[in-house]
Design a protein around this ligand. Structure first.
Ligand code: HEM
Ligand code: SF4
Ligand code: SF4
Length: 529
């Protein structure tokens, strides 16, 4: 049996890390303003892509007019800003502001994944491939500031050369090549304009690798968010256009230059610290980020998903639903008449159980007490879940008996347990096969079923909430069958910070159940769809 390290629990309790609590409250506030669909914090990766494309398109236009050379670069960009302010100038500003925005969303995205613990265990891959992206984006941005060959470019070039000179691999003083205007030759401009096109291409390559191990990655922000952000940048471009800071003159040391703190913070740092310290800072930070997924405490070992060929008909639902590309279909090996069989890639499996919730063989309507599904979580087999649920349901009392299904990574449903409420928490709410809902409502075992999990668009396992919603509305297999009466089922999505709202919602649901009984709302309809 293959074991996988997963976080002990990310659920809110008194030990919930402070940063996570603050983040969830902050995002809850943004949800009130923007709604879950347009909350930028839920679309940071997609916004990263969006800004990248804006930079690429505006950059391609700027390249069309850019001239390389100490005497040519500055006037060529001045022409764009002044003579073509209504188009080229606006594109130049968009290029700069989208670059700043890219750094902001990239850093927020990284911090968020870290705070929410979505970077360790089998999820290390996206983290590690994100680290080179940071440096490539920085290299592209700093390089971009050299292109106009203004006073800022002059300052940044000399400071960079001095910084690099500290490294023993450079034997001569590099900055001396730039002490005179004549020394800044065409080769230098060819080099920076070539690098300014290739660094972003490398960054794009790593971003592509970055999302290789996650299925259905969200790479486009919602339309409303994309338009809002573009509009804000256009207004900024008109109010405060991006301009150069006077032509470079190697004979005069530049003074009072404005710094873009998003990209160029390293230069003020070089004023305060020695070159060696700044190198140590950069190397130390890179090393720390590179080993972070393996440094975190609070990981436990649990077995990864396992396929039982005897019960697999090769339908592929598990492959479609796994958020981490951890299940693949292979040609059949056991001689059965089906073409294919499912196979788990253990190194990628995070033990979320979503595949087990997707498998048609997980249905509790099976006669065998120890039945096995096509794909199972060995630590939480479906037969065990059915038995545990049946035990709990038998003990419920009152006229508003409810079965609550929840998720280990969202609001803690343990607190909801009472005489009339049974709870079952799963590694992800999408581990729940919809047939379990029908099973609970069958024979009047409960009066209602309440389903909860992470906030919408913020599922800890990426797609779990989306999949269960689609299964309940019969848009996705396995579907909730028509037999279950939808009035008897309530969904409410709640992070740990929303526990109070969750409890209120459950009470409101329960308070409506007795009147449904009086109105004789059935638990099931007669026909199966
Ligand atoms: C411009 C740079 C970046 C872009 C465009 C980007 C984009 C994305 C996208 C689209 C996703 C998938 C979101 C989803 O659908 O669930 C993602 C996930 C992720 N990214 Fe990035 N990313 C960038 C930089 C980084 C960096 C610098 C790091 C950290 C070093 C990072 C760490 C992660 C992690 C840990 C995940 C989650 C993987 C999982 O859910 O298992 N990303 N990123
Ligand atoms: S869906 Fe199944 S195979 Fe995929 S990560 Fe979750 S438990 Fe593993
Ligand atoms: S969902 Fe179940 S039956 Fe379908 S391929 Fe996966 S393991 Fe096999």
């Amino acid at each position: 049996m293959m074991l996988r390290q997963v976080p002990e629990s990310t659920v809110a309790d008194s030990a919930e890390p402070f940063a996570r609590r603050v983040l969830l409250r902050f995002e809850g506030g943004l949800n009130k303003i923007f709604g879950n669909d347009l909350n930028p914090m839920y679309h940071l990766g997609a916004l990263g892509f969006y800004f990248f494309w804006i930079i690429a398109v505006s950059g391609a236009y700027l390249y069309g007019f850019y001239r390389t050379g100490a005497e040519l670069s500055y006037p060529s960009l001045e022409y764009i800003s002044k003579e073509q302010w209504y188009f080229g100038g606006i594109l130049r500003s968009l290029h700069r502001y989208a670059s700043d925005a890219l750094v902001v969303v990239m850093v927020l995205h990284m911090l968020r994944e870290f705070i929410l613990g979505r970077y360790r265990g089998a999820r290390w891959f996206s983290w590690i491939t994100g680290v080179p992206v940071i440096w490539l984006i920085y290299a592209s941005g700093i390089n971009g500031y050299l292109m106009p060959w203004d006073k800022l470019a002059q300052f940044a070039t000399v400071a960079t050369m001095e910084w690099f000179e500290w490294l023993p691999i450079f034997d001569g003083p590099l900055s001396q090549s730039f002490v005179s205007q004549e020394a800044v030759n065409d080769r230098f401009f060819s080099l920076i304009s070539f690098s300014h096109a290739t660094f972003p291409l490398f960054a794009l390559f790593f971003i592509w690798v970055h999302i290789l191990r996650i299925s259905n990655p969200v790479i486009n922000p919602r339309r409303g968010l994309a338009l809002g952000v573009l509009l804000a940048m256009l207004v900024l471009a008109l109010v405060k256009p991006a301009i150069s800071q006077g032509p470079a003159d190697m004979g005069i040391e530049p003074r009072n230059i404005g710094i873009d703190w998003f990209y160029l913070f390293i230069y003020p740092l070089l004023d305060v610290w020695s070159e060696g310290y700044v190198w140590a800072f950069v190397a130390g930070l890179s090393l720390l980020l590179s080993v972070l997924p393996w440094l975190s405490p609070g990981l436990k070992q649990i077995p990864v998903a396992e396929v039982s060929l005897r019960n697999c008909n090769g339908c592929g639902h598990c492959v479609a639903d796994c958020p981490y590309e951890a299940v693949v279909m292979r040609p059949r090996t056991d001689g059965k008449r089906f073409m294919e069989q499912a196979e788990v890639i253990p190194d990628r499996c995070v033990s979320c159980g979503i595949c087990a919730g997707a498998c048609p063989f997980s249905t509790p309507f099976r006669s065998d007490a120890g039945y096995v599904s096509g794909i199972e979580m060995p630590s939480m087999p479906m037969a065990g879940l059915r038995a545990a649920m049946a035990d709990d349901l038998a003990k419920l009392k009152g006229e508003a008996r409810v079965m609550v299904f929840g998720c280990d990574n969202a609001a803690n449903i343990g607190e909801l347990r009472s005489e009339g409420v049974a709870v079952m928490s799963l590694p992800c709410i999408a581990m729940l096969p919809p047939s379990f809902i029908e099973y609970a409502l069958r024979d009047h075992q409960v009066d209602g079923v309440f389903i909860t999990g992470c906030r919408e668009n913020d599922c800890y396992h990426r797609l779990g909430v989306q999949w269960i919603e689609q299964r309940l509305t019969a848009e996705r297999e396995p579907r909730l069958r028509g037999r279950a009466k939808h009035e008897r089922i309530r969904q409410f999505w709640a992070a740990s910070a929303d526990s109070a709202g969750l409890a209120m919602e459950l009470e409101s649901f329960r308070s409506g159940l007795p009147s449904m009984a009086k109105a004789k709302v059935p638990l099931e309809t007669a026909e199966r769809k």
